[in-house]
Design a protein around this ligand. Sequence first.
Ligand SMILES: [Zn+2]
Length: 311
Amino acid sequence: MQEGRRILRQNRLRKYARILSDRYNLEVIVKDNIPCASYACTDTTKKIYVQSTVNSDDFMNLILHKGLTLHEIGHILFTSSIAWKDVDKNIASIIEDGRIEEAMSRKFPKSRMYFILINHKLLHSDKIEEETGKKLINHSLSTQVMQLVFRAAKQSTGIPPLPRKVKENIKEKIGENNYNWLVQQTIKSVQAKTDKQSSEITKKIEKKIKEILHMDEYDSFYGMGVLKIVPNAETSIEKVDSTSQKMPDLPKKDEEVIKQVVDELQKEMDEQDEKEEQQLEDDELDFDDIDIEDELTKKIKKNYERAGNNS
Ligand SMILES: [Zn+2]
């Protein structure tokens, strides 16, 4: 990104972030090589970092910058690191990212569209495929289970649900009761009134996953970042006290919008599944239908006929 444009963008996002968060000492830093592994991060109190080039298209870059800044404002307003200190970082980041996007969407209803966009553009379900070159169905059960939690956590902000085959595979391996429990508890955690309540439910989810998968520690998971907070942020302590970061109430009409978005995504996913299955069936049919001998006979016959006509 051109230097003049970068500074203008930085000023614009800073103004935007200060107004929305009502914190007038908040800094937004737009640059390359931000101190985090993802597109944006925050120390949860004073600074937001945003990667300067997220998309090669200028307009899309601007929209994604706004979306990423909104996400980080969500951490500024709703995340207190102390609530999450005893929870595994992988799972904490998945749930908390879902929770703050949910909370922001309630506080600023228009922000939901931005989350749907950044999640779709930057954290799309196919990202795991792009990164590893293999379909989710071919990944380990632990990755599939974490993807289940991830998608349940972001179900109202734009991450499509799991492909049907992966769902079926997980249900078969861990049982339908465990599957349903994980989805329900994740949604409950994301919609919890306070971050403290959310982290308590998340601890139960963590324990359950470890039990189900017979593991002591989580591996790192493809397709999702760890808690996008600047490491060793001393400043985060000042916000943390006994009062939890509360989730705003959801306006009634938003519930309908969420339902629509989820239904739409589910439909899209099912259609894709069906298309793939049809393709597979067609491939199999093609394979069965080719009778080499018959094809050969036909060719020879044709040649004979042609030869006959010529003579
Ligand atoms: Zn985040």
